[in-house]
Design a protein around this ligand. Sequence first.
Ligand SMILES: *Cc1c(COP(=O)(O)O)cnc(C)c1O
Length: 374
Amino acid sequence: MYQERIFTPGPVELPERVRSVLGKQIIHHRTEEFRRAFLEVRELFKRLLDEPSDNFVFFASSGTGAMESAVLNFFREGDSVLVINGGKFGERWLKLSQHWGLKPVEYKVEWGESADPDRVKSLLKENPSCKGVLFQISETSTGAYHPAREIGATCREFDVLCVADAITALGVYNIKPSSWGIDVLIGGSQKGFLLPPGLSTLWFSERAEKSLVERAFYFSIKKELSKQKDGQTAWTPAISLILAMKESLEMLLEEGMEKVEKRHRAVSEGTLQALEVLGLQRFAEKPSISVSAVSSERAEDIRRELLKLRIRVAGGQDQLKGKIFRISHMGVNPKDGLMVIGMIEVVLKRLGFEVNLGEGVKAYSQKLMEKGIW
Ligand SMILES: *Cc1c(COP(=O)(O)O)cnc(C)c1O
């Protein structure tokens, strides 16, 4: 049987360059070899964000670990924060901040919609004790993009910390945290970095540095940073993932983040255009370019039929179970994006939808040519 192809919004398929590093024998982390490699990865990460400072750490954890670290290291018990909750991951900010004794003010956004920066403004006005805004740049559960630059600018205006979960945005969007007004930027390995799960990243601004509190143990930013600046880590690092990250960062930098974003945008728009021609509607009004959520009463049938053809896409979570399916574009070669559309056409036909084979593929190709990718 053919190898299954994975188009889920985490984990994503590993590029060959990443896989070749992962197959190697482990090296010890208390060595000059690891130290040099880690420092090199840190330099590449700085270049990715176009930031001169060393204010960032890597944790051996999934993305949620870095989210927890942000809550623990930049806020104190009793602090108010504004949480933009527009899906499963917005909800996670809410639960995390409640768990650690913060007082979240919830800005509830309908699933599938994007946050309104004016509403963020008025909520900050109404709640002057808020010390930060916690949100997702790309809300993976609904496929919605929250306007990060506008939210960042609002945070600057109110002088509150802008904490962005960029787990499906880093490595996809050309994010420049300082100029966007972001203070804490979080990434995860199995999403935009095209690595296996187990490594998370947390970058923070000088403004955020002034708010650092020592509450965490494993996830202490101060402890990690003092070590990581020198190529070491407080605990055993995810050695193999750090070595593999050198490859994924080099790949992103070789292509250039502007082009990386352009590619993701083209694949996303091509996919949505093709699906529309095939009679399927997008779920998010302002879609994230890393994942397309597609509405259909037969979402689960479509997902299951695709799986029979060895194409794995994700279903909906919680209230969206059975109502949407989600296709990841993270790291996707535009040619593979075309293949996915072709297979969706076949599946729709098999399920009795009224489609003409080739219409979606045509729409996709036209969009990619229009966008200058082909
Ligand atoms: C995947 C994801 C997370 C959670 O990451 P884990 O690696 O599963 O802990 C958080 N936020 C967003 C937006 C995600 O896509």
